[in-house]
Design a protein around this ligand. Structure first.
Ligand SMILES: CC(=O)SCCNC(=O)CCNC(=O)[C@H](O)C(C)(C)COP(=O)(O)OP(=O)(O)OC[C@H]1O[C@@H](n2cnc3c(N)ncnc32)[C@H](O)[C@@H]1OP(=O)(O)O
Ligand SMILES: CC(C)C(=O)C(=O)O
Length: 510
């Protein structure tokens, strides 16, 4: 039976979603979970774009075993060499190089000609191949490219040694029947393609990324590029869990196999949602919270008699068989570590110690510590930026009809402790102003989101902020049962990100 390779681009295209900026530690943790999920390829990043991306790809390449580790590169020599420097630590490295091939891209983005792009693509593949055994080439905007010219470029890439040819529907423009016909014609025009892996990479601008990817499989593709929860540039990529479960559930129709450990899907989806701050819609296929809930009487009656009447997948198939985690204030570090491992987190050393302390504090105040609480704490600790500023304490006075007043005490790793007071429109504003004053760094809040991790008055609150410091937007996340403290932690985290010059939050175009 034909085997379909699952190429996960959560850490590259997924991270291109507006507002997502993952730390190196978070990327490494997600990559370990992707390996547990048994994807075939992890696209770990685009190494030339920043030191952080380079470090993340290098760490993943040296630490994560199992999947092929790919790094993205434009057709520039320096991009390809940088990608190689990062992925070469993997036992199974891949360089993925790409260039726009539609006339729109060639003329208006690249300001080049068809001839130059064709020879540039072939040269890039040759260079990549001289460094790395495994090379993927993607004609970007392939579905809006004249098929005659696309066939020439693909033939040149094949001739230059590309192992994988990835046909990208970069702007989510194609439709399933059209895409399948396009791929079939391309295969006819480029006979050498038959000896290579044919891959598809679909975006969701018209809501057809998954349907187009599956049409690609029907037309002979043996690699599908996807992202967890469908995150990615603009409307996102084809969703990993939907493509995988469609191929698994409808094996009778597609007649293909995948190597994915589907029981890790729910864990992986929650981890990516926790770390990126991108919620999964309740009605999302496969991993949405309603995906296995039955609301109406007739459905409930059917499910009670035989689940198959209204369920085409079993919750257990995606890892939703319920959790055995019952941790309370008498649990120890080993039990916590074990419970976290069941949820897909590999916390060690100092990170585990800090998570344990937070867990104990929570268990002291909250009746039941749930799996969702543990996941939130673990994600928070993995993402905790080793910044110089630490919120030591704060005090707020808030009353109806009056300005709130806050005092904060903030320690700096090299410069001692700073205290400041400020007034503001409500307790959160007052605390943020006091932090500005204590750190001497003025930020402008551009986004503020608050969520409860679980139900109940004693739930953990999670705050996410985006703060602009002199034109640079930085993201922060904070977790606490006290929402003002969660907000203060999130804000201090953003200050640390800014002062370390670590990451910039990508801007959505208006
Ligand atoms: C469809 C996709 O998802 S493609 C991947 C998109 N991902 C990203 O862009 C990652 C984040 N990007 C970045 O950090 C930056 O854009 C960088 C580091 C890649 C490049 O930064 P800069 O050198 O400042 O260039 P900038 O982003 O402004 O413009 C892109 C340049 O790359 C060129 N370019 C774009 N794609 C390619 C390609 N595949 N091969 C060669 N050149 C390319 C553009 O024509 C433009 O060149 P120009 O400066 O000569 O006009
Ligand atoms: C780099 C390529 C494959 C891409 O992300 C796209 O075209 O959407």
């Amino acid at each position: 039976m034909r085997r379909i390779q699952i190429f996960d681009t959560t850490l590259r295209d997924g991270e291109q979603s507006p507002g997502i900026s993952l730390s190196v530690e978070e990327k490494v943790e997600i990559a370990h979970q992707l390996a547990r999920l048994k994807v075939d390829v992890i696209e770990a990043g685009f190494p030339i774009t920043s030191e952080g991306d380079f470090e993340a790809v290098s760490r993943i390449a040296s630490e994560v075993e199992g999947p092929v580790i790919a790094g993205l590169a434009r057709i520039h020599q320096e991009d390809i060499e940088r990608a190689w420097e990062a992925v070469r630590w993997s036992r199974r490295p891949r360089i993925h190089t790409f260039v726009g091939t539609s006339d729109l891209h060639i003329e208006h983005q690249m300001r080049s000609t068809r001839e130059e792009i064709l020879s540039g693509a072939a040269e890039a593949v040759r260079l990549a191949k001289s460094l790395c055994e495994n090379v993927e080439f993607s004609p970007m905007d392939a579905t809006r490219t004249d098929i005659g010219y696309l066939a020439e470029v693909v033939a040149a890439a094949v001739e230059a040694g590309a192992d994988v040819i990835n046909i990208a529907d970069t702007v989510g423009y194609t439709t399933p029947a059209e895409f399948a016909a396009f791929l079939r014609e391309l295969k006819e025009r480029v006979p050498g393609l038959a000896e290579r892996v044919l891959s598809v990479h679909c975006h969701d601008d018209l809501g057809m990324a998954v349907a187009n990817s599956l049409a690609g499989v029907e037309a002979g593709a043996t690699q599908v590029e996807v992202a967890v929860n469908g995150i990615g540039e603009r409307a996102g990529n084809a969703s990993l869990e939907e493509v995988v479960m469609a191929l698994v559930t409808r094996k009778d129709y597609y007649g293909v196999e995948v190597g994915v450990e589907t029981r890790q899907l729910a864990n992986t989806s929650r981890m990516v949602s926790n770390m990126t701050g991108y919620d999964v819609p309740p009605n999302k296929a496969v991993v949405g919270r309603n995906a296995f809930l039955h609301e109406s009487g007739i459905h409930q009656d059917g499910v009670l008699k035989d689940r198959r009447t209204f369920e085409i997948m079993k919750p257990a198939d995606i890892g939703l068989e319920g959790t055995n985690i019952f941790l309370g204030k008498h649990s120890g570090r080993h039990a916590l570590k074990e419970a976290l491992a069941d949820l897909g987190y590999t916390l060690e050393g100092e990170t585990l110690k800090r998570a344990f302390k937070r867990f104990k504090e929570l268990a002291d105040h909250k009746k039941t510590v749930t799996a969702a609480d543990l996941e939130a704490i673990a994600a928070d600790e993995v993402g905790s930026f080793e910044g110089k500023f630490v919120l030591e304490s704060f005090r707020v006075v808030a009353a109806t009809g009056r300005q709130s007043r806050a005092a904060v005490r903030i320690a700096h790793a090299d410069r001692g402790t700073f205290e400041a007071e400020a007034e503001g429109e409500g307790p959160v504003d007052a605390v943020f102003r006091a932090i500005d004053s204590a750190t001497g760094i003025k930020g402008r809040l551009t986004d503020f989101r608050i969520d409860a991790v679980t139900g109940g008055k004693d739930a953990l609150g999670e705050v996410r902020v985006t703060v602009e410091f002199e034109g640079t937007e930085c993201a922060g996340r904070g977790l606490s049962q006290d929402v003002v403290e969660a907000a203060a932690r999130a804000y201090v985290r953003a200050v640390n990100v800014y002062t370390a010059g670590a990451v910039k939050v990508p801007q959505a175009t208006p």
